[in-house]
Ligand binder design. Sequence first.
Ligand SMILES: NC(=O)c1ccc[n+]([C@@H]2O[C@H](COP(=O)([O-])OP(=O)(O)OC[C@H]3O[C@@H](n4cnc5c(N)ncnc54)[C@H](O)[C@@H]3O)[C@@H](O)[C@H]2O)c1
Length: 248
Amino acid sequence: MLEVEGKTAVITGAGRGIGRDIALVLAEAGVSSAVVDIDPGGVEETAGMVKESGAGAKALRCDITDPDEVKRCAGEILEWKDQVHFLVNNAGITRDNLLLRMKDREWEDVLKVNLTGAFNFTRAIARHMLKKRFGRIVNIASVIGLIGNAGQANYAASKAGLIGFTRSVARELAPRGITANAIAPGFIQTAMTDKLSEDVTASMMGSIPLGRFGTGRDVASIVLFLLSELGSYVTGQVINCDGGMVMD
Ligand SMILES: NC(=O)c1ccc[n+]([C@@H]2O[C@H](COP(=O)([O-])OP(=O)(O)OC[C@H]3O[C@@H](n4cnc5c(N)ncnc54)[C@H](O)[C@@H]3O)[C@@H](O)[C@H]2O)c1
């Protein structure tokens, strides 16, 4: 039913956390992955884990904010595989601060990784997908991009921007057989959320109707659905993965 076996994905930010879980869930479904991250050790480890589950993997160190590095990285991926079917723009960072204390650098860094990075990779891979007349793009946004959060103006703006980007790409590439969707995770337990204080974590838990934090695999399951044949008539959408935290 899935029809993803033997296909190839590119996953950014796959050196740990949600990106790693996406690579592992896709591997279980028979998808090979080019795992990309600024942290070379992390992606080597992820690639090893993917290979252990029997799928192909290629680890690539790349700073997605640098368009030249992204171009080189996309070139290496296309030397490895003739066709890239799936792109998952997952890499993201936080640099939280209250508005009046927020440094230019904190604003710029978050926009550069979360938004410009996704643009850089999508542009590089979409060129190839257009030629093949097939592609599935999934961008990992956040519920914060929908509802905002005090102390996260930079992050919320980047994720709201990513949603607008996703919808434009979906409209532009739909005629050529390419879908683009976003997933908006709520509170997913990873290194990104481990640094939050106990107070913040407890108040977050109170706002989750399903009464548990999410896992990387919860997000990865939706990625798999969107990449598979089951999700082939879905484009330009934002799917929340948040235990019911945000209902609209
Ligand atoms: N964890 C959550 O609760 C949560 C909630 C909503 C959305 N998200 C989003 O999910 C995605 C993954 O989050 P996570 O929790 O796994 O984070 P994480 O910090 O554990 O992993 C992010 C990865 O991105 C990589 N990265 C950072 N900058 C990069 C760059 N310039 N080039 C290439 N790689 C880079 C990091 O090295 C890291 O391996 C992010 O986009 C995040 O915003 C996470």
